[in-house]
Design a protein around this ligand. Structure first.
Ligand SMILES: [Fe+2]
Length: 314
């Protein structure tokens, strides 16, 4: 049987002892087993690799689930590892958070997946609060290829940046990070064929996709009994527009919470700024200029201005 391999950064293997996946090196002759699963991996063996500039190793695609579990479990460790430089730490945290987020759309056990997302969102938020330059470093690490799970983590990172810039309290920031990370959780209950359709959606299909906002709200209420209005509003109302032209409730102005307005700005920015099969991404500058010039009646301009300042490192 043909094996497929996935490239991973060597630095991600933080010698946590026993790995549940095999690690391979690539040689001119093919892939060679470097460390077998379920056998303790020593730090000096890994340092040996890094000392000869082997920056990438490989895992068998069939072990991807175990690898993702490993990432999710180690996200706090990456965040607190003083031996990593800022950008390396951001890359590891982002990869880990992205894997956790992927679990949200693939795991059977939704409450467990949501609690993993909560940990990842808080680790990222803490990091952005502790380190003045962490936000832009994380933005540099973001993936611009669109998947629902990358989109969710990107939106969480942008929202945390905006929330911090606006001076939200720690408790508000925590709720914002989680609400933003979960804003599209309702897509779990949407027809995946329609969701992944590459051609233009017809009205019926588009109306079906729109239901992800109330679906997400229901998932949070029903599966984890979430009662926090800030989180619920970010999920239900992230597609509402200030002029009332949004969905699902068509509410206007002040009726839309600050949390939903922040997530709306982050959501639209990421959708325009990432690559889709049917479009090339717009640059950061083009996206922000487009939003400022064309969406003033729909988005909170103060929040958009704050986001522009965050993204320019002010
Ligand atoms: Fe959405």
């Amino acid at each position: 049987m043909r094996q497929n391999f996935i490239e991973i950064p060597t630095s991600i293997l933080q010698a946590e002892g026993i790995l549940k996946f095999d690690v391979f090196l690539r040689s001119p002759e093919g892939y060679v087993l470097f460390a077998a699963k379920n056998v303790p991996l020593e730090k000096k063996v890994l340092s040996g690799l890094e000392s000869v500039y082997i920056k990438s190793v490989y895992i068998d695609e069939s072990d991807e689930l175990f690898y993702r579990e490993y990432l999710g479990k180690n996200i706090s460790k990456f965040a607190n590892d003083r031996s990593l430089d800022r950008d390396e730490k951001s890359r590891l945290m982002y990869d880990a958070a992205r894997s956790v987020m992927r679990g949200l759309f693939e795991k059977e056990d939704l409450p467990e997946a949501i609690s993993d997302v909560k940990v990842a969102a808080e680790v990222i938020m803490d990091n952005v609060l502790k380190d003045e330059r962490a936000f832009l470093s994380l933005v540099k690490a973001l993936s611009y290829d669109y998947y629902t799970y990358t989109h969710c983590i990107n939106v969480a990172i942008y929202s945390i940046g905006i929330g911090k810039f606006l001076g939200l309290s720690l408790d508000d920031l925590r709720a914002l990070a989680l609400g933003a990370a979960l804003h599209d959780v309702g897509k779990c209950h949407v027809d995946q064929e329609v969701l992944n359709k590459q051609e233009k959606l017809n009205d019926e299909e588009f109306n079906h996709i729109k239901k992800h906002a109330p679906f997400g709200f229901d998932i949070l209420l029903d599966t984890i009994g979430e009662m926090d209005e800030r989180i619920l509003s970010a999920v239900r109302h992230h597609h509402e527009k200030l002029d009332g032209s949004g969905y699902p409730d068509g509410i206007k102005g002040e009726k839309i919470s600050t949390f939903a307005r922040i997530v709306a700005v982050a959501d639209i920015f990421d959708a325009l700024n990432t690559k889709r099969c049917y479009k090339e991404p717009m640059s950061t500058f083009e996206t922000l200029a487009f939003m400022k010039n064309n969406m003033a009646s729909q988005l909170d301009t103060n929040i958009l201005k704050s986001f522009i300042l965050c993204m320019s490192g002010k």
